[in-house]
Design a protein around this ligand. Structure first.
Ligand code: PEP
Ligand code: MG
Length: 760
């Protein structure tokens, strides 16, 4: 019962037309549900750093927006400072009580305050008060805590888009809005936003000014007509298979599609200035909200129908427009709820200055590709109002994971300076193009590159990569509409192998599953990262595995620089199985081609914690080992690498991760074989120094980090890096370890390798 009320309040607040009415709804419903005399919301104003009373039921309404408290003042301040509920039966007796005469609160004795937290930050305090001297009971406290947690997103969003400022004072025209996310690929971009959305995803269709209203109306009409035709066809098909009353659904759909119904509403919005797809989204959203507010379960069911019909109309509109062909101006900043690797690489890359997404985290696949392409990227900006930002000017500061929307002139010029400084740094790095990575005390580390696209190859060679440490073979698979055949694959692999010969190219076998789905091989699982992934899929489908291995072997004929890497290994048996298939493929190709085929060097990836402890057994079977620290970190810490909410605890500086890496290096070296690392930590100058000190023979990274890491290695003696490693192994805290490494870089004058001076 209480749960229903809770859901209803959250829904009402969510569907309020603006922030003021959302707050009002919040206090009214809470007061009513809990049967208290007062409910109020105090929110933190970041400029004055004070709590302001922003909504109340029960206190003097005139004090709204005017009464305020310092951050450490009163019971509200105490609640915020302690970040926990404060529940008192006699508030005025508490030493922290601060009487606010304007509110008329003196009559109320009992007080229950609950902090409103978002991402560990205090946004405000939700308070209920009552005349009776009584402590609120446990279930009341739990109710308010639950509600506050659910509503914190609404408050965070409103604050982020400036709705809170708008309430407190008249909005300043064109003021800069700031959003915080997580850095996916470092750098700075200045440009205009282009909203990206997957086809037929109605929620993320942006508003856009209709350039030609008549043309938009025509698009609407023809979309309506084609969906009507679709419905009639379905109806006919189902005659006999469905009861007449079940088929009434199609009638209902047809009625909704009528020119006077949804059609008229959408047309009205087009005449008001939105383009057809945006107008459709607005109308469907309105209907959704109206339905969501209904208590009748039958009517609420109809919500799904309206949504479905909206999607059908959208698909019909998009078919006509082929929105994939939109124009990208120079310095485009791609923004979206989620941008897939495929969406990114289909865009004209030379025009893309930056990427910003609501979902995702630093080691999601798209971020890795963006890093390889050197595009500044910020992910996990949970409160970004994507649909409102099409064609808006913005700055992406991917060093700090921050976005500035409609930046002021001063901000723009400050960032232009930073960009200039970065270019100078890049120019300074040029000196490291042709020198080997050797420390001042003579220790050599091989620097390899991670590739996936052909675009990576030129950049890698230009920066003196000594080979490919990780070719992500799934990337070309992701860009196609079906599995590429053996000959097609051979062609793709040949390009990579030829570009680097005689230097080694390490080709990883197909690593799909987890966050890497092929559009033509969808995998639906509750826990995809713990599911059917990497070698597990290819061993279940030897036909896919064999085609790939044969294509690799054929591509390497005459070059002999192929190495094969097995992803997601968690048992010795998997290595044996894979080796068995590879041996078979070697025999087959030899027979077919009539030329001798050497068995390529085979490596195992260490990505699963189980492998760390069995690596001594596995390394006996293979020629080398490569650590995939992105997944190893995710699995060791039980932190999803794509989940923005836990991104701050995903860190390779975790002492357990560092210890695991040292175990792997020592075990592989005991067997006399080489060990490398190809996760993102190899490409960070700070972590790269620690890896070198641990004894990794090679580091493989995206081309954009190659020169920075080489500069770090050329300037830091191995003895000093070992000293640093020694020091950090004494520390039990990831954040402290990270700071120690940064201090060391600062001492060495190398801090600009990880962030430009001015933006810090
Ligand atoms: C890794 O897990 O570290 C790795 C290199 O593989 P991917 O990022 O492609 O999963
Ligand atoms: Mg991996």
């Amino acid at each position: 019962m209480l749960l229903d009320r809770l859901r209803k309040i959250v829904q009402d607040v969510d569907s309020a037309p603006n922030f003021t009415s959302a707050l009002d709804t919040m206090v009214t419903s809470v007061r009513e549900t809990m049967g208290t005399e007062v409910c109020s919301v105090y929110l933190v104003d970041d400029k004055s750093n004070r709590y302001f009373l922003m909504a109340t039921e029960g206190l003097n309404p005139e004090s709204i927006g005017t009464v305020s408290l310092a951050m450490n003042e009163g019971l509200v301040g105490l609640c915020g400072q302690r970040e926990e509920p404060i529940n008192l039966d006699n508030a005025s007796a508490h030493p922290k009580y601060h009487y606010l005469p304007e509110t008329g609160e003196e009559k109320y004795n009992s007080f229950l305050g609950v902090p409103i937290m978002h991402r560990r930050k205090i946004l405000g305090v939700l308070v209920v008060q009552q005349r009776d001297k009584r402590k609120f009971d446990e279930s009341e406290e739990a109710f308010l805590v639950t509600l506050s947690a659910q509503l914190s997103g609404v408050v965070a969003h409103a604050k982020a888009i400036g709705a809170f400022d708008a309430l407190r004072a008249a909005p300043r025209a064109n003021s800069t809005r700031i959003f915080q996310g997580i850095s996916g690929a470092t750098g700075i971009a200045l440009g205009r936003a282009i909203v990206m959305y997957p086809p037929a995803d109605i929620d993320s269709v942006p508003d856009r000014v209709a350039e030609d209203t008549e043309a938009e109306v025509a698009i609407l009409q023809s979309a309506l007509e084609s969906v009507r035709a679709e419905m009639r066809l379905l109806d006919k098909k189902m005659t006999g298979a469905m009861l007449t009353e079940e088929r009434a659904l199609f009638d209902a759909y047809l009625r909704m599609l009528d020119d006077d119904a949804l059609g008229a509403e959408i047309e009205e919005r087009i005449h008001a200035g939105n383009w057809a797809q945006g107008a459709l989204r607005e109308v469907i959203e309105d209907h959704m909200q109206a339905f969501a507010a209904m208590e009748d379960p039958y009517l609420r069911e109809r919500m799904a129908d309206v949504r479905d019909i909206g999607l059908r109309i959208l698909a019909a509109m998009q078919n006509q427009e082929d929105s994939g062909l939109r124009e990208f101006p120079d310095h485009s900043i791609l923004i979206g709820e989620e941008i897939s690797t495929a969406m990114l690489v289909e865009a004209p890359l030379e025009k893309i200055a930056g990427i910003v997404t609501v979902e995702g985290a630093a080691n999601s696949h798209m971020a890795i590709v963006a890093r390889a392409l050197g595009i500044p990227t910020v992910l996990g900006v949970s409160d970004l109002p994507v649909t409102q930002l099409d064609d808006t000017e913005m700055i992406v500061d991917a060093y700090q994971g921050r976005i500035y929307v409609q930046p002021s002139r001063q901000l723009r010029s400050r960032y232009k300076d930073i960009i200039k400084e970065e270019q100078q740094l890049v120019a300074g790095l040029d000196a490291y193009r042709d020198v080997p990575a050797i420390t001042p005390d003579g220790h050599r580390v091989a620097l390899y590159v991670n590739t996936g696209l052909m675009a990576d190859v030129a950049r890698a060679k230009d920066r003196g990569a000594e080979g490919v440490g990780l070719y992500r073979s799934e990337i070309p698979f992701m860009l196609r509409e079906r599995f590429p055949g053996e000959e097609e694959q051979r062609g793709i692999y040949r390009q990579q192998l030829e570009a680097f010969a005689p230097r080694p190219v390490t080709m990883r076998t197909l690593d799909i599953g987890g966050d890497k789905d092929l559009p033509y091989f969808p995998i639906e699982e509750d826990n995809p990262f713990l599911g059917w992934r990497g070698i597990r899929i290819t061993l279940d489908h030897p036909e896919i595995f064999m085609v790939q291995i044969r294509a690799m072997l054929k591509a390497a004929i005459g070059l002999d620089n192929l190495q094969i890497l097995l992803p997601m290994i968690s048992s010795v048996f998997e290595v044996e199985e894979a080796l068995h298939l590879i041996h078979r493929a070697v025999m087959e190709v030899q027979e077919e081609e009539g030329v001798p085929i050497n068995m390529p060097r085979i490596g195992v990836m260490v990505e699963v914690p189980a492998t760390v402890f069995q690596i001594a057994d596995m390394v006996q079977l293979v020629d080398f080992v490569s650590v995939g620290s992105n997944d190893l970190t995710q699995y060791m810490l039980a932190v999803d690498r794509n989940n923005a909410r836990v991104a701050d605890i995903y860190t390779p500086y975790h002492p357990s991760v560092l210890r695991a890496l040292q175990i792997v290096v020592d075990e592989v070296h005991k067997a006399g074989k080489p060990v490398g690392i190809c996760g993102e930590m190899a490409g960070d100058p700070g972590t790269a120094l620690l890896l070198m000190a641990m004894g990794f023979d090679s580091l493989s990274m995206s081309a954009s980090n190659l020169l920075k890491v080489r500069k770090a290695i050329c300037n830091v003696p191995l003895m000093q890096a070992r000293g640093l490693l020694e020091q950090v192994t004494q520390v039990d805290n990831a954040a402290v370890i990270k700071s120690l490494v940064e201090f060391e870089l600062e001492d060495l004058g190398l801090l600009d390798l990880i962030r430009p001076k001015k933006s810090s």
